[in-house]
Design a protein around this ligand. Structure first.
Ligand SMILES: O=C(O)CCC(=O)C(=O)O
Length: 296
């Protein structure tokens, strides 16, 4: 099985994407002002039961992904043969898995992302599904997402929907305020923890983080709760063993100020064939603008 950035299947599967986007409606859900303020202050916030009705369909979609990883885009197993459990992730499958597509095009995620980013628009970047199975003791290495991506900007949001109950011991931990630290850290491979090769000498190594420190944000989650975080917020997990499987489905959103950035090394997803130059807007034919609605 491929580890990481290998495109098992072409992710751009839909021919009439613009028509499809125009024929779907995404609901508005108003976020309280203090939620948006918290997101900007801490770089992370939890939305309780914002996606309850999406849990079952997303579990069905993720099951397709887990059962036949090679039929989908960019499958990744991060557990080696001498470790126990399974840590699977896969991204850019929204055009291939109908339940993911419905979530992207019809859930309140687009409107929620726009509000959190304080952006007039929410452009969809990609989906990212995760599953850690019972008996897995693999930590997710501390990292932030922005340097993995071929984009630059401050108006960004990930919406990570819990598909199982996740206790604090095994939940994703965030370093509050780290989105405003001004530093960008080298991406790390989830399987080995080693840093990606990059010719960009401005990238520092992720510092040692006390995962129980006073600036750590971690919350127990129920299915349908969502962690929302800035692409610059540092996050990771401990190696506490997973007692019950823990699945999550994340969508990544771009706001008004985000532009394409040609990175000097590997990116993940490895979207290097977009025909763009640094500073260009991300192509709306591949990354649809889902908020505001194009028809009212
Ligand atoms: O679920 C995890 O352990 C990792 C999640 C993560 O790193 C992400 O959503 O960016």
């Amino acid at each position: 099985m491929a580890v990481g950035n290998s495109p098992a299947t072409e992710w751009r599967a839909i021919q009439n994407l613009e028509e499809l986007v125009a024929s779907t409606v995404r609901p508005w859900t108003e976020l309280p002002t203090n939620t948006v303020e918290e997101f900007h202050r801490d770089g992370v916030v939890v939305l309780r039961q914002a996606f309850t009705e999406w849990v079952e369909p997303l579990r069905v979609g993720l099951q397709r992904n887990l059962e036949n990883p090679e039929r989908f885009a960019f499958p990744c197993e991060s557990i080696s043969e001498d470790e126990s459990g399974r840590f699977f992730d896969s991204y850019c499958n929204w055009q291939l898995i109908p339940e993911y597509l419905r979530f992207v095009l019809s859930s309140p995620a687009a409107a929620i992302a726009a509000q959190l980013m304080r952006s007039d628009t929410a452009q969809f970047f990609h989906d990212h599904a995760f599953s850690k199975e019972q008996g897995t003791s693999k930590a997710t290495p501390w990292h932030h997402d922005l340097p993995y991506y071929c984009v630059e900007g401050k108006q960004t949001a990930s919406i990570y929907v819990a598909l199982d109950s996740i206790p604090v011991e095994t939940g994703v931990r965030f370093l509050k305020g780290s989105h405003q630290g001004g530093k960008t850290y080298r991406p790390r491979n989830f399987a080995s923890g080693t840093e990606y090769d990059s010719a960009d000498n401005s990238l520092a190594s992720v510092p040692e983080i006390d995962d129980d420190g006073k600036n750590i944000f971690v919350e127990p989650l129920k299915p349908g709760d969502a962690l929302c975080f800035d692409f610059r917020t540092l996050h990771g997990t401990t190696s506490s063993p997973i007692e019950k499987r823990r699945r999550a489905f994340s969508t990544r959103w771009l706001g008004d100020d985000v532009r394409y950035l040609e990175r000097q090394g590997e990116t993940s997803p490895p979207l290097n064939d977009l025909g763009l130059r640094s500073g260009d807007a991300m192509r709306p034919d591949l990354f649809p603008v889902l908020w505001p609605l194009s028809h009212k």
